[in-house]
Design a protein. Structure first.
Length: 192
């Protein structure tokens, strides 16, 4: 199944509407959708490495726009934002996020935007907590552009050489990603 999904994403990445699809996934992931844009960004850079930074820019801009939508959901539609946080298993995380904002401020957004933690949790919680919008927006631009440009640069640099390894070991990379994701979440919990 992983192989079929990977092959489908590679075909989509080479398709006529790949850039628009990348923008849509990037926007949606920052506000309500569970799939990270890296799933599309990587194969698109594999398919067209000369457009790596263009794709990173599309990903970044759409992700920031989606982050503003997530913030608006939390700020203007607080019950909806709280429901989304509950559905993602982060209902109790709102008090924890408030404590983090009180202690670390904008660094919370900068740190969480680079991790595999779903960015929508940060954007919606920021709106619910009515965190100052301008620092939120600046942090979103920095962290999302940083993440996607780093991913694009690494894939552009090592992509063609690493693509056959990824294709042969897709299940292993998926398991490693999940271990890193869970490890990152646990590390954040234990650090605070």
């Amino acid at each position: 199944m992983l192989r079929k999904l990977y092959d489908w994403v590679l075909r989509l990445a080479a398709g006529r509407h790949a850039t628009a699809s990348l923008a849509a996934v990037s926007f949606a992931e920052s506000s309500f959708f569970p799939v990270p844009p890296d799933v599309m960004l990587a194969p698109m850079v594999f398919a067209r490495p000369e457009k790596a930074y263009f794709y990173a820019a599309v990903c970044s801009a759409a992700s920031v726009a989606g982050g503003m939508a997530g913030y608006a959901i939390g700020y203007f539609l607080t019950p909806v934002g709280e429901a989304i946080l509950r559905l993602t298993g982060n209902e109790g995380g709102l008090a924890e996020m408030k404590a983090w904002y009180d202690e670390f401020g904008v660094w919370v957004i900068l740190a969480k935007g680079l991790t595999p933690i779903p960015f929508k949790l940060v954007t919606i919680a920021s709106g619910v907590l009515q965190y100052a919008f301008l620092p939120f927006l600046i942090a979103c631009v920095i962290t999302r552009a940083g993440r996607f440009f780093i991913v694009a640069a690494l894939i552009k640099r090592f992509g063609p050489a690493i693509q056959p390894v990824i294709e042969r070991r897709l299940a292993l990379f998926t398991v490693l990603f999940l271990v890193l994701l869970v490890g990152g979440v646990l590390a954040l919990k234990f650090l605070h």
